[in-house]
Design a protein around this ligand. Structure first.
Ligand SMILES: [Zn+2]
Length: 195
């Protein structure tokens, strides 16, 4: 299975994803130039000592933070389950650390989620479930949609009955006034309910 960094380097894979989403992907140079524009916008001098490699580092970091776009969670989970018979126990994964970004401000969201499902005949490995969580968290997100999408993917691919919930998720760079002003109230509540 390819890793996230492999995915970023794989132009064919990127081409497929971009074709699906119908947006053209800028070059590495264009992305780095966009970072220089933002540096100037905040009042910085992109040419000063200390910022020389910052655009390259930022673009590289974005490749990691948003690596979920490189993963097809349905294909991943739908092709990696184990067939089981008479499995009557609920599978639970608790306290999976995640980091994501709100789609309204691209502000970081950090937290933990729990997921649980009752398998019918399909059982997935823990590492695959964690990878599915990454596929959905390492994108621009809205927290309610995040948990719904993970649960939907598990239920559809494993033909299971499952759910997913957030615990202690927060957006540390995001004050309440900004969130209300900008209509981001669905993204950042603290101490969301758990399973
Ligand atoms: Zn936000």
């Amino acid at each position: 299975m390819k890793t996230m960094s492999d995915g970023i380097k794989n132009r064919e894979s990127i081409g497929t994803i971009m074709a699906d989403t119908k947006v053209s992907r800028p070059s590495q140079e264009e992305a780095e130039e966009a970072v220089r524009v933002l540096l100037r916008w905040i009042g910085e001098d992109p040419g000063r000592a200390g910022l020389g490699r910052t655009p390259t580092r930022v673009v590289s970091a974005y490749g990691d933070w948003f690596g979920g776009y490189e993963i097809d969670p349905y294909a991943l989970l739908g092709s990696s389950f184990q067939e089981v018979r008479d499995y009557k126990r609920i599978v639970t994964l608790r306290d999976i650390d995640f980091s994501s970004h709100c789609e309204h401000h691209m502000a970081p969201i950090i937290g933990r989620i729990h997921l649980a499902y009752l398998p019918d005949k399909r059982l997935a490995g823990i590492s695959k479930l964690v990878r599915v969580v990454e596929a959905f968290t390492k994108r621009l997100q809205v927290q309610e949609r995040l948990t719904a999408e993970i649960a939907q993917c598990i239920n559809d691919t494993l033909r299971a009955q499952g759910g997913c919930s957030r615990r202690r998720s927060t957006t540390p760079m995001h004050d309440d006034a900004r969130r209300q002003q900008d209509g981001c109230q669905d993204g950042h509540e603290r101490n969301a309910g758990g399973l």
